[in-house]
Write a protein that binds this ligand. Structure first.
Ligand code: AMP
Length: 650
């Protein structure tokens, strides 16, 4: 495997990127950097965000720009101010050891005078959004007739946003002799036309399959009535809330604000990003999201472009994008840096048909899931909460004499009563909200697009196998699935897993169950004996199949479930874990990430993990309770306010 030095990157840049943690080049970097540095060829890259394309063009530009030449030598054009700021920040980092290179970012929504004075001080590289760049050109504040390198980043998005004419105008103002690099996640005809007109026999790079989605992303959808979308969204979030860090896409600014307001009112740790917010407000929201003070970000497509936040667990499409190609852009926010992610679409029945187009155009395969039932949400909360308590180490230093005296009223309570009181506090909101809560899945929507009956919770169902290892043994969903696949010699695709703190479940087709049990039962994992047997539970309810998330943050155990929620029962910190909650309505969240309690020894919880864990689980709430209740008649769809697409200037 080649390293950056093999690609021709100079030492000062090598040192800078090493500090950024870049050890080996990504595929697009491996292909584009030598071409950029060593040949005079233009580059046409079919690549999505998250592939490392900024460095693919950024490192050669930093290397090739001549500090002593005080004219603008490189121009990077991108669709949004967020991306513009991100690229200029990245370029600044790459050139850390070459301080004589000036990079100026110009974008709308920020003082043009300041940008003009920055340009006047001397810019080697301009990173710009098309609207502001045109503005500066018209004011004669910037001269691009000297540029040697032009990069069009996220070109398809620029065209989607109506910047085609602007881009052509800008390109026409650049000198004939120049290098052009064009990166795009998709390659519609309009991009091909630009490439044909403005590029000279470009070197073509495709990262992954053309238009293919990221393999780390699981694409799921559920069909609900339009009027139930918000309730379904909440249920999905509740089911996954122990580790959710999500972007929810809406089509219009109004919808974005509306859903965000509702979620905040309902106690979720959410906020929104759209074009009606001032630059300052947008930056504030982004900062809080980046620092996990907000766990759920609602955004329009335009506002979300260029957001580079790592660790997004879910991308949720509250509405499908008007432009199908935006689906790829949206989904690309998750499943980055080798982590698994879920892209989940909430469809109303009218939107059902559009999935086919997305599958075809974006080359992704959708898996139908069902919105978890109220019982399943509660069941999962309960299991997770028990799991947290079982795994919490007692912090003896807290319990001095004074505290012990204060605790006396609790200590005199019978054990069962005490446990029930704590659980009541923890689960009160769910008990109230989900009392008699209907099944939100549409019956007609149960039909998959292939005409088959959609199975609850996913497409690999048959037998559920209990396995006596879990997160406590260091597993997360990915590593557990890997291990099961390896031991049983089955393919990943044939397995659905649900990893809990001290035990796990594997769901497989009936005929494969014996094979898995034989492979795992009596086996050892890191020297410990493993028990595997039919769980007696029906498959389903797993994180993967049931509104679930394919990824996991390794080592976290189930968690009490709503780290991002405000508890109405007022159960604040509990069991030694500092459960910092969002303060909800005032938006002044104090950061929703709960610290995990240290692991306890395996022996502390072995009895729980084996039989009690499973019986409790299945005994709590009937899995198909209320499942077949019908919920009113169908209301005409059309929950989405008119999704007008307008030309938007940054
Ligand atoms: P991009 O596609 O340019 O938005 O990059 C996606 C993310 O990958 C950014 O957070 C980069 O900092 C990171 N990245 C890019 N190249 C590398 C590399 N060679 N090694 C590690 N991380 C990288």
């Amino acid at each position: 495997m080649k390293n950056f030095s093999d690609l021709g990157v100079e030492t000062s840049i090598l040192n800078a990127i090493q500090e950024m943690g870049f050890e080996t080049p990504t595929p697009i970097q491996e292909q584009s950097i030598p071409v950029f540095l060593e040949t005079g060829q233009d580059i046409l890259g079919l690549a999505q965000t998250g592939t490392g394309k900024t460095a693919a063009f950024g490192l050669p530009i930093i290397q090739l720009v001549e500090p002593s030449n005080r004219t603008i030598q490189a121009l990077v054009i991108c669709p949004t101010r967020e991306l513009c700021m991100q690229i200029s920040k990245d370029l600044g980092n790459y050139s850390k050891n070459k301080s004589s290179i000036n990079i100026v970012a110009v974008y709308g929504g920020s003082s043009i005078e300041r940008q003009i004075s920055d340009i006047k001080r001397g810019a080697h590289i301009i990173v710009a959004t098309p609207g502001r760049l045109m503005d500066l050109m018209n004011r004669r504040a910037l001269n691009i007739s000297t540029v040697k390198y032009v990069v069009l980043d996220e070109a398809d998005e620029m065209l989607n946003m109506g910047f085609e004419e602007d881009v052509e105008y800008i390109l026409a103002e650049t000198p004939k002799e120049k290098r052009v690099c064009l990166f795009s996640a998709t390659m519609p005809k309009s991009i091909r036309n630009i490439a044909n007109r403005y590029m000279n026999d470009p070197f073509e790079i495709t990262v992954g399959k053309s238009n293919s989605g990221n393999v780390n992303i699981t694409h799921q959808y559920a069909v609900v009535h339009a009027r139930d979308k918000y309730a379904a969204l909440k249920r999905f979030v509740d089911f996954n809330s122990d580790d959710i860090y999500a972007i929810i896409f809406c089509t219009t600014k109004h919808e974005t604000q509306d859903i965000s307001d509702k979620l905040i009112k309902d106690g979720y740790n959410a906020d929104c990003l759209h074009g009606d917010l001032s630059q300052g407000q947008r930056e504030k929201v982004m900062n809080r999201f980046r620092h996990h003070a907000i766990k759920i970000l609602l955004a329009t497509d335009v506002a979300a472009r260029g957001i580079d936040v790592s660790g997004i667990s879910h991308v949720i499409h509250f509405s499908l994008p008007d432009d199908i190609e935006n689906y790829t852009h949206r989904s690309g926010r998750t499943g980055r840096a080798g982590k698994l992610g879920v892209s989940f679409t909430l469809l109303n029945m009218r939107e059902n048909g559009r999935l086919r187009d997305i599958e075809r155009l974006s080359n992704v395969k959708f898996e139908k899931i069902l919105i978890p039932s109220a019982e399943e949400v509660r069941d999962k909360k309960l299991v997770a909460f028990i799991d947290t308590i079982v795994n919490t180490e007692i912090e003896e230093s807290i319990f001095d004499d004074k505290v012990m005296t204060s605790l006396r009223p609790l200590l005199t309570l019978p054990n069962e009563e005490l446990v029930k009181k704590f659980l009541s506090l923890e689960l009160r909101r769910f008990s109230v909200e989900y009392l008699n809560a209907p099944d939100l899945n549409t019956t007609s929507g149960d039909r998959t697009r292939d005409g088959e009956r959609g199975e609850r919770g996913g497409n690999v169902r048959g037998q559920r196998i209990f396995v006596s290892v879990g997160k406590k043994d260091g597993f997360d969903i990915r590593s557990f699935k890997d291990w099961v696949a390896q031991e049983s010699k089955l393919d990943w695709k044939e397995l659905h897993v649900d990893v809990s703190g001290v035990f796990s479940f594997v769901d497989v087709k009936e005929e494969l169950a014996e094979k898995v049990i034989t492979a795992l039962n009596g086996n050892t994992y890191e020297g410990r004996p493993v028990r595997a047997e039919l769980s007696g539970e029906k498959p389903g309810g797993s994180r993967e199949g049931r509104g679930g998330r394919g990824g996991d943050r390794g080592g976290r155990s189930g968690g009490g479930g709503y780290s991002s929620r405000r508890s109405e029962g007022g159960s604040s910190s509990y069991g030694g874990g500092d459960r910092r909650r969002s303060s909800g309505g005032d938006r002044d969240s104090r950061g929703g990430d709960r610290e995990r309690a240290p692991r306890t020894e395996r022996s502390d919880r072995s009895s729980y993990g084996r039989s009690e864990g499973t019986t409790e689980r299945s005994g709590y709430g009937t899995r198909d309770g209320g499942r077949n209740r019908s919920y009113g008649g169908d209301k005409p769809a059309g929950d989405r306010p008119s999704g007008e697409r307008r030309r938007r200037r940054d």
